[in-house]
Design a protein around this ligand. Structure first.
Ligand SMILES: *Cc1c(COP(=O)(O)O)cnc(C)c1O
Length: 339
């Protein structure tokens, strides 16, 4: 039987729309977005484009769809893209890039800090020859596994991509978390990429949706691909309103999620046999000694604490629906475990 989860650290996707967000949804001005007549969708697209310093944006159903649209806009069938071996696009999008876009992944190691070494990017590129797929795109992810790519690294990767005629896409599902951790405006991230996909349903707390931002021509192309993928919607201002609300209310507070993650990681490290890496944003990975792992997992389950990963490598995520009181409750559960 499934036990009730009282302290839910499984993901920042589990948040439910707040009363204020539900009100914004209820009051949203809408129209048929097929005709470009949904003012709330247009507003969200404009706001996100501005935030990331891009001329255009398109609202999509999910981050997975945004990433696939970006790959399809930058690459044709039989082209290749450089992607990290631990990236969401390569690992967790059901192989859509191969299955739907017909694009060949040049899979390259993500370093411990989440970056792809600039030398590795260059090395996996092949000379122009009939033997090889043409590589068109470099795809990075920030944050990746909760880790933040530095501005210097993004600038270096962008330079290498430019030098080799590659476009650059950022899976920025949590780009606002990255910006908060770096202490920069999102446009300082956006300037190192042609396109950026941003999730509305992670730390921003909306029930669904993603936005892909970029140059006019690329976004126009991506809109065609959204149509192909069945992601064009009608009165989608109902959903976009949640995104606009999130931009107004849920961005500045992301630093609080990061601070709570740091507190939680310290508390995890107070448990004998647990070794949590100090988080850069809202995601913690905690290694658990096999000698205590079963007992620790049972203790957490019995006390209604939810996380993901495995009993030996736990993944904990802080988010909008974990306030200080909730966090203190969870820390109390950790303290009660007789290490
Ligand atoms: C969640 C996530 C996605 C996919 O977003 P969905 O809206 O769940 O499809 C893509 N990339 C990263 C890094 C994510 O965390």
């Amino acid at each position: 039987m499934m036990r009730e989860i009282r302290f839910d650290f499984r993901s920042d996707t589990i948040t439910k729309p707040s009363a204020g967000m539900r009100q914004a949804i209820a009051e949203a001005e809408v129209g048929d977005d097929y005709y470009g007549e949904d003012p709330t969708v247009r507003l969200l697209e404009r706001r996100m484009a501005e935030a990331f310093g891009k001329p255009a944006a398109v609202f999509t159903t999910s981050g997975t769809q945004s990433n696939l649209m970006a790959v399809m806009a930058h690459c044709g069938r039989g082209d290749a893209y450089v992607v990290g071996n631990r990236s969401h696009s390569y690992c967790y999008e059901a192989g859509g890039v191969a299955a739907v876009a017909g694009v060949h992944p040049l899979v390259t190691p993500n370093q411990a800090d989440g970056s792809i070494a600039v030398d590795d990017i260059v090395e996996c590129l092949e000379p122009e020859d009939v033997l090889f797929p043409r590589c068109r795109l470099l795809a990075l992810e920030n944050t990746i596994g909760g880790k933040v790519l530095s501005v210097d690294y993004m600038a270096a990767a962008w330079g290498v991509a430019r030098d080799h005629g590659l476009a650059c896409h950022l899976d920025g599902a949590r780009a606002f978390n990255a910006a908060a951790a770096l202490g920069v405006a999102p446009r300082e991230i956006g300037r190192h990429f042609d396109t950026v996909s941003i999730c509305m349903s992670k730390g921003l707390g909306a029930p669904a949706g993603s936005v892909l931002v970029g140059p006019e021509a690329v976004i126009a192309e991506a809109r065609r691909h959204r149509q192909i993928l069945g992601g064009a919607m009608r009165q989608s201002g109902i959903l976009a309103a949640a995104g606009v609300y999130a931009l107004d209310h849920n961005v500045a507070r992301l630093v609080a999620d990061h601070e709570r993650a740091t507190r939680l990681a310290r508390a995890l490290n107070g448990v004998a046999g647990v070794n949590a890496e100090m988080p850069q944003t809202n995601i913690i990975f905690a290694a658990v000694d096999p000698a205590v792992a079963d007992r620790f997992a049972a203790h957490l389950a019995a006390n209604g604490v939810g996380y993901t990963g495995t009993d030996l490598m736990q993944r904990w995520v802080t988010h909008l629906d974990v306030d200080d009181e909730r966090l203190d409750g969870a820390i109390g559960v950790l303290a009660a475990f007789g290490g």
